[in-house]
Each structure stands twice: as C-alpha cells, then as structure tokens.
Design a protein around this ligand. Structure first.
Ligand code: MN
Length: 435
C-alpha cells in the first residue's frame, strides 16, 4: 500500500516556544508534545523522537514498544542528570507502517485518529486526569472537553524510570487516512470540525496546514502539530519520489525550518481582528470630512494621516481586546519556586507580560511537580475563574499531603492499567463497562 503524508507544526498564538516535535521518516511517523520549564520541553520531545528514530537503523520493528521505553529512559536520565532540565517530559504518539498493518504506540495526550468512510475514529486514549474521571463516570465526555484541568497528564515519557506504553494496530484500507496530532489541535477544535476539514481536503499537506490554521483561528492557545498519512492502492509512478524527499527534509526536530511554517517572530505579532479593524477605520473616517475641506493640495497628506490614525486605532483596539481577554483569565503556576495563583495567561508575546501574581502560596512548586498529575505546573494550569484556580491549589495541597508531605519528593502512584487498547470501532473513547 502506498502512503503519502502531510505535516505542519506551529507555535500557536499564546506560547513563547514551540515545544512540539515530529518525525516523518517512512515507515515511521510520530508527534511529541514536550513540557517542562524553560527550554526543557523542546529538549524532551526532540530527544524522545531522536531515540525512537534509532530503530530505523536497526530495522528491528518488533522492538517498537521497547524502543519507546528506551526513549523514556533517555529523557528520564537526561532530566535527572541536568538540573536545568529537571522535571521535563513529553507525550509520544507514533505510527509504524508495516506490510499489512499500522502499529501505533502511545503515551500521553497527543492523539491518533482513523478517518474511514468519512468518519473520524479515535485510536488512542488520552492519559489525562480528566479522561480517567470520564472512565470512572465522575464527569461526562462533554464536560471533559471544557475542563480546566484537561491537560494534566497521568502518564508521560521521561517522568519516571519506566512507563507503560499503549499499543493499537490498524489494518489500513485504500482511502484511509490516519491523523496524528498534539493537543494544541484537539484542545481548540471539536472532532466534527476536524473531520470536516479532513473530508474536504484531499491533499494531505494542504489538510495539515488547514487544520493548523483552524486551530489558530480558534485561539491557538498551545503549540499545534498535525501529521496526516494517506493510504492508497495506487502504485508509485516510476521515478516519483516526492514523499521520500520530503521525509528526509523534515526528520525529527522542533518546529523544523523546512516546513512551510511562519517563524516564531511572524507568528507572535498580534494581528488585529478584521472586525475591530473595520470599526476603527470607520470611526476615524467619520471625523475626517472637516479636515478634508482644508483644500486639495493637502488631501493626500490628510489621507495618509487618516490611514495612520486608523492603523493606530486598530492596533489599540486589538490590544484592548487582548487586555480584556487576558484580564478575564486565571491560572495556577509557579512564582519564586512556590505554587501561585495568577490572573492573565501564561505567555509573554514580544516580552510583554500578560499575567500577574494574585497570591503566592506556601506550597513548593518543585514538590508539586514531582507528582505526575501536576507535572505541567510550570506551563500554567488554566482555570476559568478565581474559584477554579483556588480549587486547583486545594487539590495540589491535598495531593501533596497524600504523597507523604514530610519526606522528599514522592512519586505519585500510577493507578492506570497497562496495555490498554482503544477500539477502532468507536469514535470517541467510551467509559469501560457502559453501553
Ligand atoms: Mn500541547
């Protein structure tokens, strides 16, 4: 079976760095979403994929799961050996295309979907606290999608010495499409919107770019990475080697420069929304006629002035909009080594701080990060209100107390069963034991 692929990655609209990485080297494809303070997230995701890539040289495809566990160990060792990288981790969702089956391996909250007959079916299950609550029947799948703690992982690569790895196998048919993506896509878009774009865009590269653009239009609050694999019976035309060429250009790396992706600087320039733009220009032009009456020779200069005013007003309105949005947001993060409640969003585009500390607690951020559930604390845990933020802090306090408090850092227990498999027959993961 012939495979063509498309891939796109983007920093998004709120983050300072792209900590996602991808690997596209036939027959191995993968996405990884790194996390940790400073540059640790980039290192974790790139390191995991580099280690996974080593399997290509060995050709030992049966050792795929072992290779993922090796990648876990490599990231873990690096993290414990280098203080600046302490606590880093990454998700990993990979597809290995064999003669008759595609084997998927998965840790974390990146996802793999199968698109068959126009239907989107999730192949992986998120290793998140929220997904566990869904499985235990504590919250509904609906609620999970909007839950402020939905990005808290129960499993990640590089966090502990060993990690359970999920495995799923799919027999591809001609016309099938497999989507690998990080939560920057699925956190911003509903499955139905993703399915629609995939359905209406036959070219995999174009589809990958459209999905990234759509996630950015929906807010782009996280890094976004999309990898699309198309399966067809069609034989490769003689001499045609397009994919192979693209693969070697885009081998594992963080936001590779080879991809058709705008640079971080381009991306972080705040783009005024078109609606606000129009309003601002109208507002200025309403006042313009009295100036225009001053005489024909000055008209050109006045027009330029009006334009400048319009641009200034548009930029001002855009900033006002961003300010209003930012001031309505809350999150829990780290301030001077302690768990703290922030107002705003955890980002500093163009070096402008979009947050301030409301309250710094006595809880040690480092202790909290040692717990698998609070691994992403340095990235900021979103809360939609002050009340939510305070309840997250309470939960951290409880978890720290449960973990033993007085001792040093204690690892959280890993209550999840190993070797789970998602069934390709169901669209979204269903709680076990129901319907
Ligand atoms: Mn992410």
């Amino acid at each position: 079976m012939r495979v063509t692929f498309g891939v796109a990655t983007d920093i998004g609209r709120a983050r300072e760095r792209n900590e996602d990485s991808y690997l596209a080297q036939e027959p191995l494809f993968a996405v990884a979403d790194g996390m940790g303070g400073h540059r640790a997230g980039d290192v974790a995701s790139a390191l995991a994929l580099q280690t996974l890539q080593d399997i290509a040289a060995s050709g030992d495809w049966d050792g795929l799961v072992d290779q993922v566990r090796k990648a876990n160990r490599v990231v873990f060792d690096r993290s414990t050996g280098d203080r600046s990288l302490s606590g880093m981790g990454t998700t990993l969702t990979a597809a290995l295309i064999g003669d008759s089956a595609v084997r998927l391996v998965h840790v974390g909250d990146s996802r793999a979907y199968l698109v068959r007959d126009g239907e989107l079916r999730m192949l992986t299950e998120d290793h998140t606290l929220v997904q566990r609550m869904v499985r235990e029947g504590k919250i509904s799948a609906e609620e999970a999608g909007n839950h402020p703690q939905r990005s808290i992982l129960t499993r990640a690569l590089g966090v502990e010495e060993d990690v359970p790895v999920d495995e799923v196998s799919v027999e591809p048919r001609s016309g099938d499409r497999i989507l690998l993506c990080t939560d920057g896509l699925t956190g911003m878009m509903r499955d139905a919107s993703i399915a629609e774009i995939l359905q209406n865009t036959p070219d995999p590269q174009e589809a990958a770019e459209k999905l990234v653009n759509a996630a950015n239009r929906a807010g782009g609050l996280d890094n976004i990475t999309v990898l699309i694999l198309d399966f067809s019976d069609a034989r490769r035309a003689p001499g045609e080697d397009g994919d192979a060429a693209r693969a070697t250009r885009t081998v594992a790396g963080t936001a590779p420069a080879g991809a058709a992706v705008p640079s971080a600087e381009e991306r972080s320039t705040p783009a005024p929304r078109s609606g606000e733009d129009t309003v601002a220009i109208q507002a200025v032009e309403d006042r313009a006629p009295s100036d225009r009456g001053a005489g024909p020779p000055r008209r050109r200069g006045i027009r330029i002035l009006v334009w400048l005013l319009a641009v200034v007003a548009a930029v001002g309105l855009a900033f006002l909009g961003i300010r209003l949005y930012v001031n309505s947001q809350w999150y829990v993060g780290v301030d001077e080594g302690n768990v703290a409640i922030f107002k705003g969003i955890p980002a500093e585009p163009l070096g402008i701080s979009l947050h301030h500390v409301v309250e710094r607690t006595e809880l040690s951020a480092q202790d909290a990060q040692q717990l698998a559930s609070w691994r992403r604390l340095p990235d900021g845990i979103n809360a939609d209100s002050e009340e939510r933020a305070r309840s997250i802090v309470e939960q951290i306090r409880d978890d720290l107390a449960d973990a033993g408090g007085e001792g040093g850092p204690v690892q959280a227990p890993e209550p999840e069963a190993t070797g789970e498999t998602a069934t390709p027959e169901t669209g979204t993961p269903e709680p076990e034991g129901t319907g």
